[in-house]
Design a protein around this ligand. Structure first.
Ligand SMILES: [Zn+2]
Length: 176
């Protein structure tokens, strides 16, 4: 029943992101978020390496040395900064993170909130996504403007809560 369990996991996350996206008016992105997880290439890996406690991509990576599902996923979903890695115009053959359109930075932010809510359940608080972000490595491949906006939103959420942050996103970030 790994297939069913995996289906439930990705659908639960998708529904939560949809709810958060609709709150800031990103209707189309809310509906299409992570749709490629239902494609055969990604879904098959999700079932085969289903763990229940962590991403199946990590298990696939450990076994094969790379994750085919993640490579497929990040190439198709614009809310991942890895989608925006391209050859820099500055150095020869240097890969760098390009500046992301703000609506995808917002989707990335909401994705993190949804993931923290599922992971922590009743223990979720508004400062959890920031704590998670600060725990991970600060990735050099994220464009500095993209990182600045993401960090600003994470801090605002931790200090002032969802209502204030979502209002700021609707009125300031997405209106510009
Ligand atoms: Zn995704």
């Amino acid at each position: 029943m790994k297939a069913f369990a995996h289906f439930c996991t990705i659908t639960k996350h998708k529904k939560l992101v949809l709810k958060e996206c609709f709150r800031v008016g990103l209707y189309k992105q809310g509906l299409l978020h992570d749709m490629s997880k239902y494609s055969w290439t990604e879904f098959r890996v999700g079932c085969r390496y289903y763990q229940g406690t962590r991403s199946p991509n990590n298990a696939e990576r450990e076994e094969k040395g790379y994750s085919s599902a993640w490579l497929h996923h990040k190439g198709r979903n614009k809310h991942h900064y890895e989608y925006w890695i391209d050859y820099s115009l500055e150095g020869p053959n240097l890969l760098a993170g390009m500046k992301m359109p703000v609506r995808y930075v917002v989707e990335m932010f909401l994705d993190r909130i949804a993931a923290s809510k599922v992971y922590l359940g009743d223990a979720y608080t508004s400062d959890a996504p920031l704590a998670y972000y600060e725990n991970g490595r600060a990735d050099e491949l994220m464009h500095k403007d993209t990182r600045e906006l993401l960090e600003k939103l994470l801090h605002m959420l931790a200090e002032e809560g969802e209502e204030t942050t979502y209002r700021y996103i609707r009125r300031e970030v997405l209106k510009r």
